[in-house]
Design a protein around this ligand. Structure first.
Ligand SMILES: C[S@@+](CC[C@H](N)C(=O)[O-])C[C@H]1O[C@@H](n2cnc3c(N)ncnc32)[C@H](O)[C@@H]1O
Length: 205
């Protein structure tokens, strides 16, 4: 098994572990001002904090993640909350988009993709979004410790402002970059800091 999948399976095996304390990204509250229903796709959904929130708000949600433990957890919680989520255990790079979506979201997953995979994924997301639909992304930029500590610089970390520039021609509903503390400490035990880019963009045509 790929060691990253093993890492995330172990992470999600504990009910105590969830990103963002299990709360949905604050971007979704902003998104819901603009769109209240439709078909949504969550790429690298983890244990489903965003997918579950959207399903509870009435969206028809597909959640994709290559951690089977994460997907099992999503299904357990969905059942508990009496909502339905379609889930797929797959590498998002191999995922075949089968429809056009009103909302495609991906949070804190892009830094696991190689550079070309990241650019491809954004192209696929854009192509498979309905006219008037939304993309919601959070990702770490090059202004942070994850990128600085990546010896080969093979992974997808957009430069300052690059994420929103990739959405040229879309309406930018929200964009900001801010410093966040990483869950994982450095090898010497020091905290790591990253800059997180957060985007909500609407496809205008
Ligand atoms: C930091 S977690 C974020 C999870 C979730 N989006 C959230 O914000 O809570 C990254 C997630 O991406 C998943 N992931 C990373 N690379 C992936 C890939 N190539 N295909 C599918 N899932 C992937 C991991 O299994 C993990 O659940």
């Amino acid at each position: 098994m790929n060691s990253l999948i093993g890492f995330y399976n172990a992470f999600y095996a504990s009910d105590k572990n969830s990103f963002g304390g299990g709360k949905p990204t604050p971007l979704l509250e902003k998104l819901l001002i603009y769109v209240q229903s439709g078909i949504a796709l969550d790429l690298g959904a983890g244990d489903g904090r965003n997918a579950l929130y959207l399903a509870q708000k009435g969206f028809e949600v597909t959640a994709v993640d290559f951690s089977a433990t994460a997907i099992e957890k999503i299904q357990r919680v969905a059942e508990h909350c009496h909502v339905s989520i379609h889930s797929v255990i797959a590498d998002i790079c191999d995922f075949e988009f089968v429809s056009e979506y009103d909302v495609i979201i991906t949070t804190f997953t892009f830094h696991h993709l190689k550079k070309d995979e990241g650019f491809d994924m954004i192209r696929k997301m854009q192509l498979n979004t309905k006219a008037g639909g939304y993309n919601v992304i959070t990702t770490f930029t090059q202004d942070g410790d994850f990128y600085r500590n990546d010896p080969d610089k093979r992974y997808f970390y957009p430069k300052h402002n690059e994420l929103q520039e990739m959405y040229y021609g879309w309406e930018i509903i929200w964009y900001d970059e801010r410093e966040v503390t990483a869950l994982q400490k450095n090898q010497d035990g020091k905290e790591q800091f990253n800059t997180m880019a957060a985007l909500i963009a609407r496809k205008t045509s």
